[in-house]
Write a protein of this length. Sequence first.
Length: 235
Amino acid sequence: RVFEKVREYLCGFEGMEVFDIGCGNGKMVFEALKEFSSVRYFGIDRSKAMIEETKQRCPYSDSEFMATDIYSFATERMFDRIFLCHVLHLLDKKEAILTFVKKHLKKQGRCVITLHSKDDAPKKRDWIQWFKNQYQKTYQNNHGNVTIETWPSLFGTKFEPVVAECVRGNIQLSEASPYLAYLETERHRFHPDPTEEEWNAFLLYVQNEIESSIKEQGFFDEEQRYGVLVLENAS
Ligand SMILES: C[S@@+](CC[C@H](N)C(=O)[O-])C[C@H]1O[C@@H](n2cnc3c(N)ncnc32)[C@H](O)[C@@H]1O
């Protein structure tokens, strides 16, 4: 469902210039862009292995890739769409990153941010609440009224939030093995990389959780929460 939300608010077009920051293997953005055939794609990630995978997957001939840390990256290029998919929570200097994004977005360009919760525990936190806590400041005046500062002024820019939504998805399982197999494919996404021993202990924990839930209620309900935030460069 997170892809549907991204597509809904992307307002993409053929030939658009797309910048994918922390692209990983590119899967997320390629899925979101699948209705377009002539995107000019540029993906960066600090992991060389991820960049190699993105190159293999990329369906666009007019594309560029770079293994680099976003903090040491500089460019003169301007983009129509910039993606920060499941990466902003890993970056400390969020305001600097958003200022960078603002600088490199063309007029009416859009930045798509998708995130799960801060501690990578999507089930436990409501992402939107987390985002608000990070970026909205509340002030209490002497009459006791509370003012909430809005996102555009916080960024010091004319970014207009187009949408901020918490997207939920549910998967109901009647046995543990498909979920464990899915986790195995997502293993490289865990930060920091778990050791073999930690990983096996984690899988065992997940298996026990699923099996005890199936015993109790006949199925295991995995709720996932993602946030989608789309910002538009109004100026
Ligand atoms: C959870 S993955 C998300 C990948 C992809 N965007 C997606 O949604 O499938 C986060 C990615 O951000 C990259 N990353 C983390 N910190 C980074 C940084 N400072 N500069 C560039 N890439 C970074 C990691 O290497 C990793 O591939």
